[in-house]
Write a protein that binds this ligand. Structure first.
Ligand code: PEP
Ligand code: MN
Length: 429
């Protein structure tokens, strides 16, 4: 499902052949390392922070945008690490998030019908016949954009940009200079003291300066993901070398669908999005198809129930999965169940609804005695105005000023940091 129909099949084959000859973007050993970390999440000893754009764009492959996004994610992870007192596994929706599933094949504007935008990997966002035609050459551009992004991310996280003290200084000024709730000052102050203590003890090496950061995206386009699947020379097993982790979306997670069929053969850690209609039976069927031998860290269930449904729908799902004895990482995506359109046609989300779903997620896990393993959010490092509310109380009128997403609305820099402090409070007690 959700595959583009290319008018030119010869061009499609050329793109696939090109991709097959290009080097892998990640190494199998890195995927194994991430799987090991997710295994720790599944047993309550680590927490996942996964985030980034709903849809990356080729235009967005710029140093400042990548840097801002990375900085927000790393700054959030400092707060979460302190609060959870366990390692935070940092995974970007980055360096490959270029393909989008759509609920409608066509888009109608002023009486004109054109194919829907399916992400820069498939067609252009511009509402013209030319731009909206699926072009397989874009698969190769997706590879190049991913490679350039991942290269910069790798340089940043190992080259000193991820310095803990710097990141905290940034969080502290955020708490001081914005109008976030007063109670966050205490948490920021505590982190300050903990860092001072570590420094005084002489903890001042690599661990303060570098982090491990992983790339992930939705494995939607079979041509691309299959072309990037390679046999690891050490283990002789296949890996999808387009990213460390890939996930299957809510629209393509059919147990006998093509995405599941492809990914059951690769050894990467996998995410599966689960919406409010998911039964425990189906979730287990998907997990059994993808991971019959129950490899630790292989499966992450990313639940996206919506603020209204989470307290009702999540408990039976968790109970049924847990009863099977299978250990998965439970991650909350508080974004995709809370999207609506304003009267002016902006797709948006309320910051309060995002918080409400997260509170439901934490409450349910607390009641069941299971570990709330992480969060999956759509965010950007820029000061966009796409989601409503937050400390700056963005209103519907504000959406018009900087609405830049080509797909779903993202939390802006301040809303993201505010959310990190909110999650920290839940992890703290
Ligand atoms: C997404 O993550 O952008 C997405 C489309 O999510 P879902 O598959 O959960 O709807
Ligand atoms: Mn999205």
């Amino acid at each position: 499902m959700q595959q583009p129909s290319y008018p030119d099949q010869a061009a499609r084959q050329r793109a696939i052949d090109t991709l097959r000859r290009l080097p892998p973007l990640v190494f199998a050993g890195e995927c194994d390392e991430l799987r090991g970390k997710i295994a720790q999440v599944a047993t309550g000893r680590a927490f996942i922070l996964q985030g980034g754009d709903c849809a990356e764009t080729f235009d967005g492959v710029r140093a400042d945008a990548i840097k801002a996004k990375l900085r927000v994610l790393l700054a959030m992870s400092v707060v979460l690490t302190y609060a959870a007192q366990v390692p935070v596994v940092k995974i970007g929706r980055i360096a490959g998030q270029y393909a989008k599933p759509r609920s409608k094949d066509d888009e109608v504007r002023d009486g004109v019908t054109l194919p829907a935008y399916r992400g820069d990997a498939v067609n252009g966002f511009e509402f013209t016949e030319q731009a909206r035609r699926p072009d397989p050459e874009r698969l190769v551009r997706m590879y190049n954009a991913s490679a350039a992004t991942l290269n910069l991310v790798r340089a940043f996280v190992k080259g000193g940009f991820a310095d803990l003290r710097q990141l905290h200084a940034w969080n502290a000024s955020f708490v001081r200079d914005t109008h976030v709730e007063k109670r966050y000052e205490q948490l920021a102050g505590e982190i300050e003291r903990a860092l001072g203590f570590m420094e005084a003890c002489g903890v001042d090496g690599e661990t303060m300066r570098t982090v491990d950061f992983y790339a992930s995206h939705e494995a939607l386009l079979l041509d691309y993901e299959y072309a990037m699947t390679r046999i690891d020379s050490r283990s002789h097993e296949p890996y999808d070398t387009s990213a460390h982790m890939v996930w299957i979306g809510e629209r393509t997670r059919q147990p006998h669908g093509a995405q599941v069929e492809l990914l059951r053969s690769v050894h990467n850690p996998l995410g599966i999005k689960l919406g409010p209609s998911t039964t425990g039976k189906v979730a287990l069927e998907i997990a059994d198809r993808l991971d019959p031998t129950r490899i630790p860290g292989r499966i992450t269930f990313i639940t996206r129930m919506g603020a209204q449904a989470v307290r009702e729908k999540l408990p039976p799902l968790i109970e049924e999965v847990e009863a099977s004895g299978r250990k998965v990482a439970w991650v909350c995506d508080p974004m995709h169940g809370n999207t609506f359109e304003t009267s002016k046609g902006f797709k948006t989300r309320e910051y309060a609804a995002v918080v409400e779903e997260l509170n439901g997620f934490f409450d349910v896990h607390e009641q069941l005695g299971t570990w709330p393993g992480g969060v999956h959010v759509e965010l950007t490092g820029d000061d966009v105005t796409e989601c409503l509310g937050g400390a700056f109380r963005l209103s519907e009128e504000d959406l018009e000023s900087r609405y830049e997403t080509t797909c779903d609305p993202r939390l802006n820099r301040n809303q993201s940091l505010e959310l990190a402090f909110m999650i920290a409070e839940r992890l703290n007690h």
